[in-house]
Design a protein around this ligand. Structure first.
Ligand code: 1HN
Length: 347
């Protein structure tokens, strides 16, 4: 590839003249914005071990009352983006949130989309768009753009969950803002009740539910059962993975980030092909290792890692007797909509 001229090849008077008119020469920066073959990501393979962060999160519970935090969260920040950017990848934000018994995280709504993956503790709930969603380990609860949401806790032990938002992207678009609200009245039953069985949806007198987000809570017990049934029925080399979708349309359950759950059979080792979107992996149950480039992470309960796109990812269940279950969030809906989605087969 041809070597291009550098900025300091140019006379300083010329550079000053350009800058004074808000002009920039393209050629010294062209290779940086269009690197050959594949992008140069800021996103670094990074792992956050739950056992290490948990004491610090509980300490936040002692140091900062909920009224002073609104949301008591430690952000899982990828150092490749700079910690202050609070990004796990270009489009993904991750945080571990703590709610203590009796606390309320007050009602608000905002433009970024959120989901919660419940990590530990019983008795908390989140009310989303008038629907009270109990939080149990492994459940996925959606908080889509524009829906009011608040968290409460009637139990007697700390509750922790992983927040995943498309905040970095929505903020980059200069479209991120919040509105404060009043406590919500609970006006609806759990939407997941109507979608319990695959293949049937509530007919509502033959008018389909046209709510953009018809199902807000995906109980882990049911997702786990689906994965186990799929594993029992599939060839040994098929990847056992289910996507969290809108049950009325089959589309991704949110617009920007995609969510799935993956089961590794006992002892199983798989390689996911290189795909353009970055992703995060969170261990729900069991033990696994994740390999990307020349890095390997050992994941145990509630560990979370981020990986850049355009790289194959290897996953290995470290137990010979028990399955391992992972939650995955990635940028694939966004890449598909933008027309930049790619899957690359191994060379
Ligand atoms: C948010 O609304 C929550 O509602 C958690 O629990 C984390 C991070 C950035 C922006 C909004 C919540 C958030 C957030």
């Amino acid at each position: 590839m041809l070597e291009l001229g550098r900025l300091d090849d140019l006379p300083s008077t010329y550079r000053t003249a350009l800058a004074s008119q808000n002009l920039v020469p393209l050629w010294p920066s062209l290779r940086a914005v269009l690197p050959p073959g594949k992008p140069t990501p800021h996103t670094q393979p990074t792992c956050w071990h739950y056992a290490a962060l948990r004491p610090l999160l509980l300490q936040a519970g002692e140091l900062t009352p909920i009224e002073k935090a609104e949301r008591r969260v430690l952000v899982l920040a990828n150092p490749g983006h700079g910690l202050e950017k609070m990004q796990a990848s270009a489009a993904i934000y991750l945080g571990m949130q703590l709610l203590l018994p009796g606390e309320i995280a007050p009602s608000h709504r905002h433009t970024p989309n959120a989901v919660r993956m419940i990590v530990e503790g019983e008795g908390a709930y989140t009310t989303v768009g008038g629907e009270k969603c109990p939080m149990q380990r492994g459940d996925l609860i959606l908080t889509p753009t524009g829906l009011w949401h608040e968290h409460g806790h009637d139990g007697n032990e700390p509750v922790v969950w992983l927040d995943v938002l498309d905040l970095p992207l929505v903020h980059y678009l200069e479209a991120s803002y919040v509105e404060e609200g009043q406590p919500q009245a609970v006006t609806a039953n759990g939407s997941e009740r109507g979608y319990r069985s695959g293949g049937v949806v509530p007919s509502r007198m033959f008018a389909r539910n046209d709510r953009r987000y018809p199902m807000l809570r995906y109980p882990w017990a049911e997702v786990r059962q689906s994965l186990q049934a799929l594993a029992a029925d599939s060839e040994d080399k098929e990847v056992v993975q289910v996507a969290y979708v809108n049950p009325e349309t089959g589309d991704n359950c949110q617009n920007i980030l995609g969510y799935s759950a993956l089961m590794l059979r006992p002892g199983e080792q798989i390689t996911l092909p290189a795909r353009s979107p970055a992703a995060i992996f969170h261990l729900i149950e069991g033990g696994a290792t994740l390999g990307v480039d020349d890095v390997s992470f050992t994941l145990s309960n509630a560990d979370t890692c981020s990986v850049p796109g355009y790289r194959p990812i290897s996953l290995h269940n470290t137990s010979a007797t028990e399955p391992a279950f992972l939650f995955i969030a990635d940028e694939s809906p966004l890449h598909r909509k933008l027309g930049v989605y790619e899957v690359r087969q191994a060379d």
